[in-house]
Design a protein around this ligand. Sequence first.
Ligand code: CU
Length: 168
Amino acid sequence: MRSFGVPLSTLHSPLRRQLLLLPVMSVPVAFLGHRACALASTTPCVADLKIQSDGDFLAFTPEELTCQTEAQVRLWFHHAGKRVMQEHNWVLVMPGSEDAVEQAAIQAGEKSGWLPRGDENVLAATPMCGLGKTEMIEFVAPAPGDYPFICSFPGHGAEMRGVLHVTR
Ligand SMILES: [Cu+2]
């Protein structure tokens, strides 16, 4: 605990204790400068986001998500289809790069899970998710702004889109 600069007295409050658990469990993230988020703010810098495909439609529901910058995001994506067997994923990309990532995913091919590995426009992505399945990923929310997300399965990206609003 002391390595995080947290006075032991703050541990007496149950609320405080919850806030402190995450930085302790996420040491690599904390060392990248993320800890300022948890220690400087009174709100928990953890965001649990849930999103799914809109049944068998090529759409996400909800189409908009919100979290705080630098939050430790846990995102669950559920494939809520009943009949359509094609897989879906959730890919967070840099603003304006939706079309480029969509094309890069096709180039990457099925063996790469329809995801361009190492593409700097890709900020976070779940693996491809089969019908009825759920995937969870964790990532640190980027700088404030509106970030598009898409499904990068071929032919889905033009319609399966939404926006993650990252607030201050
Ligand atoms: Cu899809």
